[in-house]
Design a protein around this ligand. Structure first.
Ligand code: C2E
Ligand code: MG
Ligand code: MG
Ligand code: MG
Length: 283
């Protein structure tokens, strides 16, 4: 529902809804197309910059998958990721995004003061439950030459606490120097347990709290407390969905480390992301 209408690369609005889907074709065939999307070269990875709230310089980017559908145009994750997650299609898709993100990030220039940019990749529960996940991550790093310290894996809280094997995989990845981020922090029922039981290095404050922080006291207090708690735990905080200078100022004042949102930039194809980086370092 959130992604009911999206602006495509050419600036046209592509309307996509489950209703439309049913009238045009069966769900089966959409699902089949999705299962073929990676091998047909229809998946694209866009990058959304993450900036330091200390100096507003880019520190890295989040990899966000898009599907260049042959008839429907550019589709966003809200249109297809849940469906991919309902089958093993998410494994193919996830592996593609991971390989592409590592390959792209390995070529990125260093940020200010010579610090390498990081790339953040979203990981679904089903991927973490798969026994080949660790190998797949390590192979993506090896083949691309990207340093493990440049890779951040983003998990949502609900993903995580299902099985001991999944938790062991996270420990193994963390031992290799890969960082783990808790995505959409505050929206899951198990945020605090996850902090206790997993090797979390980064907390991504959910956009809904960022949006609410200047409007209502509960959101304000949740954001402020999360930042304080994370700081004390040595965990980095990234605020998601920062859209206004007021939000940026509040987050910086509260001590959040970094921000991501339309105030800075949307997710962009890799060439445009690199152009954006250049304009940033020029200014
Ligand atoms: P997420 O990981 O929380 O990613 C942030 C989402 O917020 C992205 O939506 C991004 O475009 C959007 N966003 C960024 N800044 C702003 C802002 O200032 N305002 C608003 N309103 N939105 C903003 P997107 O790209 O549609 O992705 C949606 C979700 O799909 C992601 O949420 C993530 O959970 C999932 N996703 C994306 N790529 C992948 C992937 O490769 N694998 C998996 N498993 N999930 C993915
Ligand atoms: Mg994410
Ligand atoms: Mg998020
Ligand atoms: Mg989110």
């Amino acid at each position: 529902a959130v992604n009911a209408a999206k602006v495509s690369g050419k600036g046209q609005v592509k309307v996509f809804s489950p209703g439309l889907l049913h009238s045009e074709s069966s769900l089966d065939s959409f699902e089949h197309q999705l299962s073929q999307a990676a091998s047909r070269g229809e998946l694209v990875v866009h990058y959304q910059p993450i900036v330091s709230l200390t100096d507003l310089h880019c520190t890295g980017a989040e990899a966000l998958v898009r599907w260049q559908h042959p008839e429907r145009g550019l589709l966003f994750p809200g249109d297809f990721v849940a469906l991919a997650e309902s089958s093993n299609t998410i494994l193919t898709m996830g592996a593609f995004v991971l390989r592409q993100a590592c390959a792209d990030a390995a070529t990125w220039p260093k940020a200010r003061r010579g610090v390498p940019l990081t790339v953040e990749v979203n990981v679904s529960a089903r991927e973490l439950e798969n026994e080949h996940f660790v190998d797949s991550v390590l192979m993506s790093l090896k083949d691309s030459g990207l340093s493990p310290t440049c890779l951040v894996l983003e998990l949502t809280e609900s993903v995580v606490l299902e099985s001991g094997a999944a938790m062991d995989r996270l420990e193994t990845l963390a031992a290799h120097g890969i960082r783990i981020a808790l995505d959409d922090f505050g929206t899951g029922y198990s945020s605090l347990v996850a902090l206790r039981s997993l090797p979390i290095s980064v907390v991504k404050l959910d956009a809904s709290f960022v949006a609410g922080a200047l409007r209502n006291p509960v959101d304000y207090i949740v954001v402020e407390s999360t930042v304080h708690m994370s700081t004390k735990l040595g965990i980095k905080t990234i605020a998601e969905g920062v859209e206004t200078p007021d939000q940026q100022q509040l987050l910086a004042q509260m001590g959040a480390d970094a921000a991501q949102g339309y105030l800075y930039c949307r997710g962009l194809p890799v060439e445009q992301f690199l152009e954006w980086l250049e304009t940033q370092s020029a200014s």
